[in-house]
Structures are given as structure tokens and as C-alpha cells.
Design a protein around this ligand. Structure first.
Ligand SMILES: Nc1ncnc2c1ncn2[C@@H]1O[C@H](COP(=O)(O)OP(=O)(O)O)[C@@H](O)[C@H]1O
Ligand SMILES: [Mg+2]
Length: 227
């Protein structure tokens, strides 16, 4: 299967991709990563960290669906870190053609919310995802979840923005998103993860919870039963 980590701009996508790969590997899944961001920070992390859990293949091409996807081992969990959708819409379009599950990283803040729902330039991501259905085998857009990250413990913002996202904004007229109940906390140990060893307690627990939730929702194979 293929999971894509998506975001409109820099929002914590690479951090979440790497630490999700780490959690998936710890849960016993066979994982492979693909770096579809021209910055190649995920690939560099795997090279530098020492304990990065899997191989990362460079895959920053708008021909992702035609050249990268067919070569994957589809029995593994393949995880692709997409670049900023605002800057690389062509690569994102190609990933959306073939992906099974999208995880969209977003902080519960006004700029991130506006960037997702009402960008000053470019096509809103909801529209990009919806129209991808036309090019997909199923004819439907991929299942997509928002993963709230950089959540401050005890703050009201995660609940507020989760409500706006699931409810279609203040007026209920905007696209509605599914929001995962797992939230990635704002933590220095997570902020400084990219490029460094994964093995730190702060880099484990929230992502273990994410794997548990995705499994409970039926999006991950049960370990030992095959993909
Ligand atoms: N959970 C978190 N808590 C605090 N800071 C975070 C967290 N996740 C990411 N960051 C910070 O957010 C910034 C963007 O992260 P990165 O993973 O590189 O995003 P992207 O791949 O979307 O550009 C970095 O400065 C990183 O340190
Ligand atoms: Mg990145």
C-alpha cells in the first residue's frame, strides 16, 4: 500500500513522515519511504541519522504514478513525503493518482488553516484532492485525514480547528475534512528530529498512537497477516 504525507506548505510533513515510518517499523510493518520533495530532507535524514528505520528512495518527479509507483513492493507500507503542494502541484497530482491514504499535516493555527482552506494563490488542496478522483482507478479521491501537529498541551486551538475542519468552517459551507483524534504535540524533541537519531521517547509515543488509530480505522494491514 501507499500512504502520502501531504501539506500545502512547510507544516511538519517530513518530521511526521519519518517518525511515522519509525513507529510503523516498530509495530512490525515492512516499510519503505519515498522522498518526493525536491529538498530531499527525508533522504538526508535516513543517510545521517544512523537509526532511520528504512530505505528512502528519491522520488521527486511529476511522473511519480508512471515511474515510481509501478516499481514499488506493494506488500510493504510505502510512505511518500510529498513536497509543498503550493510549490509542486504537479508532483502532488501524480501521487494522488495512485495513493491509498493521505495524511495531511496541519497545525491548529490561523495561517495553516487559511493556507489549507483559502490560499491567496493556487488551488485549495480540497479541490486538488477531489479532482484527483478523475484519474484514479476507483474514480474516487483517496481517503484523507488531517493530522494536527504542534499541538500545545491544554490549549483550546486543537479542538477549535478540528471543529472548523470537520464542520466545513464557520458557516459550514467549506469542504469538510476528517481529522484524526491522534494529535502530535508541540515538543522540542520532535522539532529537532529531522536529521537526527529517531530513538528518543518524545519521538515515539505520539506516532505509536497514530499507528494504533490508523490500524483501528482499518487502514493498515494487521501485522503477520500480510498487506
Ligand atoms: N511536533 C512538533 N513540535 C514542534 N515543532 C515541530 C514539530 N513538528 C515539526 N516541527 C517544526 O516545524 C518545522 C517544519 O518541519 P518539517 O518536518 O521540516 O516540515 P515540512 O516537511 O512540512 O516542510 C521545523 O522547524 C520543525 O522543527
Ligand atoms: Mg519537508
Amino acid at each position: 500500500m501507499l500512504i502520502a504525507s501531504l501539506k500545502p506548505r512547510t507544516m511538519g510533513g517530513t518530521t511526521n513522515t519519518g517518525l511515522l515510518a519509525y513507529a510503523l517499523a516498530r509495530a512490525g510493518h515492512a516499510v519503505t519511504c519515498y522522498d518526493a520533495d525536491e529538498s530531499l530532507q527525508l533522504a538526508a535524514w535516513a543517510r545521517d541519522a544512523g537509526d532511520f528505520p528504512c530505505q528512502v528512495h528519491e522520488a521527486d518527479t511529476p511522473a511519480f504514478a508512471e515511474t515510481i509507483y509501478p516499481e514499488m513492493d506493494h506488500d510493504r507500507i510505502n510512505l511518500v513525503d510529498a513536497g509543498h503542494a503550493e510549490n509542486h502541484p504537479d508532483i502532488v497530482d501524480s501521487i494522488l493518482e495512485v495513493v491509498d491514504l493521505v495524511i495531511l499535516t496541519l497545525s491548529p493555527t490561523n495561517p495553516d488553516y487559511e493556507r489549507l482552506t483559502r490560499p491567496e494563490r493556487g488551488t485549495p488542496l480540497a479541490k486538488v484532492i477531489k479532482r484527483s478522483g478523475a484519474l484514479r482507478e476507483s474514480g474516487e479521491p483517496p481517503t484523507t485525514y488531517v493530522l494536527l501537529n504542534r499541538c500545545q498541551a491544554g490549549a483550546a486551538s486543537p479542538k477549535k480547528y478540528a471543529g472548523l475542519l470537520t464542520g466545513g468552517g464557520e458557516k459550514g459551507t467549506d469542504p469538510r475534512w476528517s481529522v484524526l483524534s491522534t494529535q502530535i504535540p508541540r515538543r522540542e524533541g520532535i522539532a529537532s528530529a529531522v536529521g537526527f537519531p529517531c530513538d528518543k521517547p518524545e519521538r515515539r509515543a505520539p506516532y505509536d498512537a497514530l499507528v494504533t488509530e490508523l490500524t483501528r480505522r482499518g487502514h493498515l494491514p494487521v501485522v503477520g497477516v500480510g498487506a
